[in-house]
Design a protein around this ligand. Structure first.
Ligand SMILES: Cc1cc2nc3c(=O)[nH]c(=O)nc-3n(C[C@H](O)[C@H](O)[C@H](O)COP(=O)(O)O)c2cc1C
Length: 278
């Protein structure tokens, strides 16, 4: 029996995100049970950049609900996440959770390669902005194996199912959760599967999911993207994640070495400023 965790990043009860996740789970052919978390129900505070999770107990020291949600993720066999578009990006609670991700690295063995599906819901076709990238990034830093991500449109709660085609999409997503990875039709990064790129000054492009650069060739069949692995990899393989974690740990040693230089730079900025406090 597989245990599926649905992560809803919308506060709207019986809204489109919730309905989509529930509908997808109905079509997962493997025997399974489902638990749901609505991220907005949990107290998720911003990361305070203390880096303690890299050194101490490897659990975040902020006393909020992060670990309650993380434990649910650790115990799941697969993840389905849905987030609404808010002002051209996924709702902020997703990034708030993702920002705590240095603490996830301690659990890499249990997290790595969990099958995952991501859905972005936007009210206006074409006004989804970076929502899908935000969801892909969230799932990447959870170290999941992203089987598919999809954008669905609908503004009113439940409106996504005014369109029967979206039920079919839910069916296909559900069937793919424990199946083969679906190769997207549009040009995507050959390293990570990301489909969002920034054009750089030198005619190159950078993949916005794994942050590696490369070239794009415009052929009669459309653009073909080639991306090369960079030196400092953060997400592509388990070893990359561990390398980056070690690089971060080394920053402590560098900080100690550079302490007096840092103090000299910072000191002239210290006094004489007006801070507005809450
Ligand atoms: C604060 C806010 C901002 C929104 N911004 C956008 C937007 O930029 N683009 C868009 O297409 N829809 C936008 N929407 C519409 C939602 O994405 C849409 O209603 C979606 O169905 C909500 O999903 P839910 O029912 O799961 O909450 C916005 C909604 C809210 C509440």
């Amino acid at each position: 029996m597989k245990h599926i965790l649905g992560i809803i990043a919308s506060p709207r009860k019986l809204g489109n995100c919730e309905l989509m996740v529930k509908e997808i789970t109905r079509h997962v052919p493997e025997p399974h049970d489902v638990s749901l978390v609505r991220l907005q129900d949990f107290d998720i505070k911003p990361c305070k950049a203390c880096y303690r999770c890299l050194f101490d107990k490897e659990r975040c020291v902020i006393g909020d609900d992060l670990n309650k949600v993380l434990d649910q993720i650790l115990n799941a066999d697969a993840i389905i996440v849905a987030a609404p578009t808010y002002l051209l990006g996924a709702s902020a609670v997703l990034k708030l959770f993702q920002d705590r991700g240095l603490a996830f690295s301690a659990h890499i063995e249990r997290l790595w390669g969990k099958p995952a599906i991501g859905v972005g819901i936007a009210g206006i076709p074409g006004k989804e902005g970076r929502t899908l990238l935000d969801i892909q990034s969230f799932l990447t830093f959870l170290k999941t194996d992203i089987k598919q991500t999809k954008l669905i449109f609908g503004a009113l709660p439940g409106e996504i199912f005014f369109n029967e085609a979206n039920r079919q999409t839910a069916k296909e997503l559900g069937q793919s959760l424990f199946g083969e990875k679906t190769i997207p039709k549009q040009p995507c990064c050959p390293l990570c599967g990301g489909d969002t790129f920034r054009f750089l000054e030198n005619g190159q492009v950078r993949c916005m999911l794994c942050s590696n650069a490369g070239s794009v060739e415009w052929t009669s069949r459309g653009p073909v993207v080639s991306i090369e692995r960079g030196e400092h990899e953060m997400v592509l393989t388990k070893e990359d994640v561990m390398y980056h974690q070690e690089w971060l740990r080394n920053m402590k040693r560098r900080f100690v070495e550079e302490k007096s230089r840092i103090r000299d730079i910072a000191l002239p900025f210290k006094d004489g400023w007006t801070w507005i406090r809450p």
